[in-house]
Structures are given as structure tokens and as C-alpha cells.
Design a protein around this ligand. Structure first.
Ligand code: GLU
Ligand code: MG
Length: 431
């Protein structure tokens, strides 16, 4: 039997899940205009499945319109390839819907370009737990664990290339059965598309090997966490690096200092978007190699914003490699919302010419005494910070702010009364 090829049109939604509808691939030309049916309450589908509460009710029609540039082949089961087309949620007249996650990012990408002649080049690193191996003592970063993972690394690299993504590296990470995949950077919205595809490639490859890739922030509150670090650098409209100045603070150009200052200033508010699950906050605790303060530091993996080292030795090479890493992210976050939040915050730093805060650089510094803001300690606190931020209200817009906060407050309520371990278990089922 020859089967008809389908294309699955999807977004990575507010819950960080890839959801949508499939249509026959021959219909692509017309679907690029008409999209697939969508309604406001679809965006209120929770991490765990049900719609708990919605500002939209049963009313209203929208369309999820695939973007041909974001059509990729990703691994399905039994070696079969699936066509996945990421896209935008639009009103029926074709305009972008105010609560579309990809459009939230696109708005910031366009403003950076129009107002400052800058583009963001970024890439997402993804850590995850692979259930196809057994935990083994001494296996952190070990060749032995790499060997035990069998075909996983090669399958992921092949899957990435097939999806049109240039792979960078694959490694056994520090935790039990933990691995990491890194990919080459891309500009603007494409980078978030790549991150969505990367996660589906990893999940598909693990499923093909009869196992699961669990991308949830943690399997247990005391265990090793899985983050989704995002590396960021700026380019001008001719593609020239615009991030580095050897004389600048931390080696950052003037524009990059404003950009980074915006991210630091708004970090406590945007954490609700980048670390969006209840268990995300078990990760943002001391001794996880994850951040706890809204700080910037050179080459410190405990910082929220890490100024990364370069291996190049020529000025051009250094300028090209120079980047900062945003570490307050995990895979419960839609890449569109996470990168959008970072970019809107950086844009606010550029618009207001914000200066980087002077704060201590030692790893054991007394940040509280130095007036550095701690990151929120729970999703509830993060949502309070988000709602209180006039910057976030303007960046998201009223409709998206209302929908997001309602979705996430319902998620907290759905987990009420569970122990931290039970909360981790719930997220491990769905991410
Ligand atoms: N697993 C750590 C996290 O949750 C990061 C370890 C690393 O620096 O790669 O962010
Ligand atoms: Mg890592």
C-alpha cells in the first residue's frame, strides 16, 4: 500500500507543546493561505492536556498558517519521516493573532531590525534524559555512556541534517542518563524554529530506538536538571558581528551592553516565560549549575547571563564567536516565548540605553548585599513579577498577558497538594 504524505501544521504553544493538524501534502499551496482551523481556546491547552480556564470560551475562529520556510522532515516511528510545518496563528483576514507565540517573537525581531539595524543570531542547547540506557556509576561525560547510548547520537545528527539543521555536538552530560545536543546558530525566528525541530528530532530518534527522551526540567527535585541554554549574539544588517568591543565592559560592544542590561533588568519578570513550569523553580536553586540571581558574569556557569569564552585568536574570529549565554530556560518553555522574551527585554535595554549593573563577580559573592535581584523562587512568584512589569505588559500586550497568566495559574492549581517529587513526575510524563 502506498500511503499519502501528510504535512502537520503546528505551533509550539504557550504550554511548550507542538500542536496542530495535518493535511495532504498536495494541498500545501492552498494551505499556505487558508491554514488549518484554530480557535482562541486552543492556545489555552495546558501542559497536561485539558483546558482548565480560558478567556476565549467556545467563540471565535482563527487559522494556523504553515510557513513554507519552516517546513521540515523529522523522524517518525519505524524509520518513517514526518513532515512538520511550523507556522503562525492568524486572524481570518490574515493578520497575525495577538496571542500567537511565534508572532510575539517576530514583533521583537522586526523592531530590532527597524529601530537599531540589528539581528539576533542565536542557538539553543538541549539537555535531556534518555531512557534507553541504564544509569551507571561514573558515567558523567564518559565515553562508556556514549557507547551505551548506541545509535542515539548518530540518529540525532542524521535527523538534524535531514531537518535542515547543522549539528554541532552530542555529549553524555553530568546527570544519570543525561545527554545534550547542540546545533549551529541561526538568525531571528529561524533559531526558535530550529529549537522546536531539534526537540522533535531528539524525541523522534529516542522513540525509534524504543525509548523516550525526557526534556522536563528535572526527574526529581534533588536530581540533575536539564536546561535549554540559549547563546546570543548581534549582527548588523550586512551580517557583520556587532557584539564585541575589546575595550567594552565584559568585551561587549555598546549596543550589546544595552541589550544585555535590558535582559538583566527584566530577568525577574521574564523568568515566568523562560522557566514556565512549577518544576522549573526546583532547577533554579543552588548547586544545579543553573542560575539563582539576575546576574551577568564572565565564564561562570552559575550566572543567568554568561559571557562565553572564545577560542579564536584573530580580531575577526573573536568578533564572530563572541556571545553571551542565557541560562534561565528549560524545555517547558516554547522557544518562541523564551527567545521572544529575551529579545523584547534586550530591545527595551537598547531603547532606554540601559547600563549594565555593577555587581560582584566572585562566584560566592554576596549578591543580596550588592542589591542584585534574586530570580523568582516559584512559578507563582514569577507570574506576580510578570504581571507587575509594565515592560512585560507592553511587550506581550493585554490579551497575551491575560491568556498566559490564566494558563499558568491554572497549571499551578492543577498540581496543588502534590509533593515536589509528584510534580516532577507529572512534568516528566509530558515533556
Ligand atoms: N544541567 C545544568 C542546567 O540545568 C547545566 C549544566 C551545564 O552547564 O551544561 O542548566
Ligand atoms: Mg550542558
Amino acid at each position: 500500500m502506498t500511503c499519502e504524505t501528510l504535512i502537520f501544521a503546528a505551533t509550539c504553544d504557550l504550554a511548550g507543546h507542538v500542536r496542530g493538524k495535518a493535511f495532504p501534502s498536495g494541498d500545501l499551496p492552498s494551505r499556505l493561505k487558508s491554514g488549518v482551523g484554530y480557535t482562541g481556546s486552543n492556545i489555552m491547552l495546558s501542559a497536561f492536556g485539558p483546558i482548565y480556564a480560558t478567556p476565549f470560551g467556545t467563540k471565535g475562529d482563527l487559522k494556523l498558517v504553515p510557513d513554507e520556510a519552516a517546513l521540515a522532515s523529522v523522524p517518525g516511528l519505524d524509520g518513517k519521516a514526518l513532515q512538520l510545518a511550523l507556522g503562525d496563528i492568524r486572524n481570518l483576514d490574515g493578520s497575525l493573532w495577538s496571542c500567537c507565540p511565534r508572532s510575539f517573537l517576530k514583533r521583537a525581531v522586526a523592531a530590532m531590525e527597524d529601530e537599531f539595524g540589528l539581528r539576533l543570531l542565536s542557538t539553543f542547547e538541549q539537555e535531556f534524559i534518555y531512557t534507553g540506557v541504564e544509569a551507571a556509576a561514573g558515567s558523567s561525560y564518559a565515553f562508556d555512556m556514549y557507547r551505551r547510548s548506541g545509535l542515539l547520537g548518530e540518529a540525532i545528527m542524521t535527523g538534524l541534517r535531514t531537518a535542515g539543521i547543522a549539528p554541532d555536538s552530542f555529549l553524555p552530560e553530568a546527570g544519570d542518563r543525561q545527554f545534550e545536543v547542540t546545533i549551529d546558530p541561526a538568525e531571528g525566528t529561524r533559531s526558535a524554529d530550529q529549537a522546536v525541530l531539534l526537540r522533535e528530532v531528539v524525541r523522534g530518534c529516542a522513540a525509534n530506538l524504543g525509548a523516550r527522551a525526557i526534556l522536563a526540567p528535572l526527574l526529581s527535585p534533588d536530581g540533575t536538571s536539564s536546561g535549554t541554554h540559549i547563546h546570543l549574539s548581534l549582527r548588523d544588517l550586512d551580517g557583520k558581528p556587532a557584539m564585541h568591543d575589546p575595550q567594552g565592559l565584559f568585551g561587549l560592544s555598546e549596543a550589546a551592553q544595552h541589550f544585555a542590561a535590558g535582559i538583566i533588568a527584566h530577568m525577574p519578570a521574564i523568568t515566568a516565560l523562560t522557566a514556565p513550569s512549577v518544576s522549573s523553580y526546583y532547577r533554579l536553586r543552588p548547586d544545579k549549575w543553573a542560575p539563582t540571581w539576575a546576574n551577568i558574569a564572565a565564564q561562570d556557569r552559575g550566572a543567568s547571563l554568561r559571557v562565553c569564552p572564545v577560542t579564536a585568536t584573530t580580531p575577526e574570529g573573536i568578533a564572530r564567536q563572541f556571545n553571551v549565554e542565557f541560562r534561565v530556560v528549560d524545555a517547558a518553555a516554547s522557544p518562541y516565548m523564551a527567545l521572544g522574551a529575551i529579545l523584547h527585554a534586550g530591545l527595551d535595554g537598547l531603547r532606554n540605553k540601559l547600563a549594565l549593573p555593577a555587581h560582584p563577580q566572585e562566584a560566592d559573592a554576596d549578591y543580596a548585599a550588592a542589591g542584585v535581584s534574586p530570580l523568582p523562587a516559584s512559578l507563582g512568584e514569577a507570574l506576580d513579577r510578570l504581571e507587575a512589569s509594565s515592560f512585560a505588559r507592553a511587550a506581550l500586550g493585554e490579551a497575551l498577558m491575560t491568556a498566559y497568566v490564566m494558563l499558568k495559574r491554572s497549571e499551578i492549581a492543577a498540581l496543588d497538594g502534590l509533593t515536589e517529587q509528584q510534580v516532577c513526575d507529572r512534568y516528566a510524563e509530558v515533556y
